[in-house]
Write a protein that binds this ligand. Structure first.
Ligand code: ATP
Length: 420
């Protein structure tokens, strides 16, 4: 059995209504790409058995592999297992171990089990279970005529869990022998999309395998070098090195990380290495930077907290900023940002601080201080740096770009031994 082409079928009326963003499809698509399986199409179908069966028939004709996600729950509108059984023309049969797992799940949570929960122990006859250790709805895999259909639940963490637990390995064994995709991602910050395109365009056009792709993500630019490697390809790593060094020659000043490394992980490891504690004062980002830092597991080792000082009064009360200073320069000013960063150091006794103040919009801009103007100050016991930035975009984008910029500026500050 060898799998070359695939279709993902996302199931759920809430997806069609736009209530849920179809992140499962992008997650699975990326997995298939890494495995060297060509994804020919993705589709979305509502919770309707007949329409799901139709979609499966169509996808089956054109592909070796179908992966569905969603609709494996206990309620009446969860019809994926019935649709797959109907499509394959088999019965649903009970799996006793799954039945026990479901009972156990409810006993442990001390909640009453209802009859409809047991529908999740039913699987199309002849299917193989893909155990879901995070939820009650396990997925399943059915083989027929050299093709495969896989059904996964809807919750994204459960989809990820099943891939990690069993499906990554299963699918790797099913891909064409010896063929695999290798990739590396170079990450940059501080330059715009058109600049990247302009600088790398000739490489983008020249190289086909390995090839280049760009991803622009909240102020950061990821350049991905991808190669489809056959068993007898021996020099692909050298070719990838060659492209990588060409890219770094041109954009090296903006480079900050590779592959799984992120600006968050770099900040965290420097703070740990230098044994420094960080605290923040946030105005226009309202705590978003603190949220981002604390989403990194283990942040308590270096993070004290964020003072969300949105109003002028709070800036005065919590950071000791004088009303005269705010009157003179305004709350969105280099002077105020600097005073906020110093104020955090005084109030919390931390080693390094970041302060953000800006005009996120859509109201409140003037000619001198337009919407998107943001000041970010970074202070240590030795120095203060203030940066004036101007972001374009709506309120949400300005706030998100401010958070990313603050992390990068903090990273540069921490990497410079003369500042801390
Ligand atoms: P459950 O046992 O939770 O009912 P299920 O397999 O029936 O699982 P659904 O009811 O279809 O899954 O979806 C459950 C939740 O998972 C949805 O409310 C939604 O939040 C999320 N979800 C479903 N499909 C997707 C998708 N394609 N992308 C991202 N999230 C999704």
């Amino acid at each position: 059995l060898q799998v070359k082409t695939a279709q993902i079928v996302a199931i759920g009326t809430e997806l069609l209504l736009g209530h849920v963003v179809n992140t499962n499809t992008s997650f699975i698509a990326e997995k298939l790409s890494d495995l060297g399986i060509s994804l020919y199409r993705t589709s979305v179908v509502g919770d309707n058995e007949a329409r799901i069966v139709d979609e499966l028939k169509d996808a089956w004709e054109k592909n070796d592999l179908i992966i569905t996600t969603g609709g494996l729950g206990p309620t009446g509108d969860d019809v994926t297992r019935h649709a797959v059984a109907k499509f394959l023309d088999v019965n649903l049969v009970k799996d006793l171990q799954e039945e026990e797992k479901i009972k156990d799940f409810f006993v442990k949570r001390k909640t009453k089990i209802t009859d409809n929960n047991f529908v999740q122990a039913l699987f199309p006859e002849g299917s193989q279970l893909l155990v879901n250790s995070q939820g009650t709805a396990s997925g399943f895999l059915c083989e027929r005529d050299g093709k495969i259909i896989i059904a996964l639940p809807g919750p994204p963490d459960e989809v990820r869990g099943i891939f990690k637990g069993v499906l990554d390995d299963r699918l790797r064994k099913l891909t064409i022998d010896g063929r695999r995709i290798v990739s590396r991602t170079l990450k940059f910050w501080g330059l715009g999309e058109s600049r990247v395109d302009d600088t790398l365009n000739d490489l983008f056009i020249t190289y086909k395998n390995p090839s280049l792709a760009y991803l622009f993500n909240r102020g950061e630019v990821f350049v991905r070098i991808t190669a489809l490697v056959h068993e007898n390809d021996t020099n692909i790593a050298d070719e990838m090195d060659e492209i990588e060094s060409k890219i770094l020659q041109r954009l090296g000043d903006y480079y900050f990380a590779k592959d799984g490394e992120t600006v968050d992980s770099i900040v965290s490891s420097i703070l740990i290495k230098k044994k420094m504690r960080l605290a923040l004062a946030e105005s226009c980002t309202g705590g978003m930077l603190g949220q981002r830092i604390t989403s990194h597991a283990g942040s308590s080792e270096y993070f004290d907290g964020s003072l969300v000082t949105y109003s002028n009064q709070m800036k005065q009360n919590l950071l000791g900023i004088s009303p005269e200073m705010i009157n003179l320069y305004g709350a969105v000013s280099a002077e105020c940002a600097e005073a906020m960063a110093k104020g955090v150091i005084c109030t919390t006794g931390c080693d390094v601080s970041v302060a953000i103040t800006g005009i996120a919009g859509p109201e409140g801009g003037t000619v001198e201080k337009p919407v998107g103007l943001v000041f970010i100050a970074i202070a240590s016991q030795l120095r203060v740096q203030v940066h004036r930035l101007h972001f374009l975009g709506g309120r949400d984008k300005v706030r998100q770009l401010s958070v990313v910029a603050a992390l990068h500026l903090l990273c540069d500050f921490l990497e410079d031994d003369s500042t801390c």
